[in-house]
Design a protein around this ligand. Structure first.
Ligand SMILES: CC(=O)SCCNC(=O)CCNC(=O)[C@H](O)C(C)(C)COP(=O)(O)OP(=O)(O)OC[C@H]1O[C@@H](n2cnc3c(N)ncnc32)[C@H](O)[C@@H]1OP(=O)(O)O
Length: 170
């Protein structure tokens, strides 16, 4: 079984917010950000698996800070954990202050991608070896999030979600 680190497949995309991409408050339209994150996550999933990858679910998106027109937006996409054919991709979104250059964390999201063959059938992928403390923390919690996503999508019975149940029993 091949094992890879998250840094081997990281994708960093930097772009600007243009007038056609904003809402009436002149902030980045939510759907535009979702599409940009999907693109970055898709590249990371492909780099990790070297396969065709499809978005299986968007597990969490937090629009914590509005992103104003003209902002420079950086999206970082990393594999937090790989399972058999699916992988969790964690996205961190930053905006850059024009004058100081300092970065402010604007949003976070978690997507699940599945690697498939040419017929769309799920295929096995390399596992992940987390390195940093944050990567280890996200790796540990990923199975819980996978079970929650499967329960919510009706693909797993709640009483089979052992990791989730353990969380409530703590
Ligand atoms: C980049 C893009 O935008 S692609 C376009 C948008 N996406 C699509 O069109 C995808 C359409 N959906 C599909 O092709 C299929 O439903 C698939 C490939 C995602 C899943 O196929 P299934 O027949 O359900 O396969 P299966 O049940 O074996 O699941 C495959 C894996 O996905 C995982 N999975 C499926 N649904 C979910 C979900 N909602 N949340 C988390 N994981 C999921 C399964 O747990 C399994 O993981 P594992 O192999 O790592 O244990």
């Amino acid at each position: 079984m091949t094992i890879k680190t998250p840094s081997e497949s990281i994708t960093i995309m930097t772009d600007m917010v243009l007038p056609g991409e904003t809402n009436p408050l002149n902030n980045l339209f939510g759907g535009e950000l979702l599409a940009r994150m999907d693109r970055a996550a898709s590249i990371t999933a492909r780099r990790h698996s070297r396969r065709i990858c499809v978005t299986a679910s968007v597990n969490n998106v937090a629009f914590n800070n509005a992103i104003p027109l003209g902002s420079v937006v950086t999206i970082e996409a990393k594999v937090s954990r790989a399972f058999r054919s699916s992988m969790e991709i964690f996205l961190d979104v930053w905006i850059e202050d024009r004058e100081s250059g300092s970065r402010l964390k604007a949003n976070e999201a978690i997507y699940t991608f599945v690697a498939v063959d040419e017929m769309g059938k799920p295929v096995e992928i390399p596992q992940i070896q987390p390195e940093t403390d944050l990567e280890k923390e996200r790796f540990e919690a990923a199975l819980r999030r996978k079970q929650l996503s499967l329960v919510l999508s009706g693909k797993m019975k709640a009483n089979e979600a052992t990791e989730l149940k353990a969380l409530f029993a703590e």
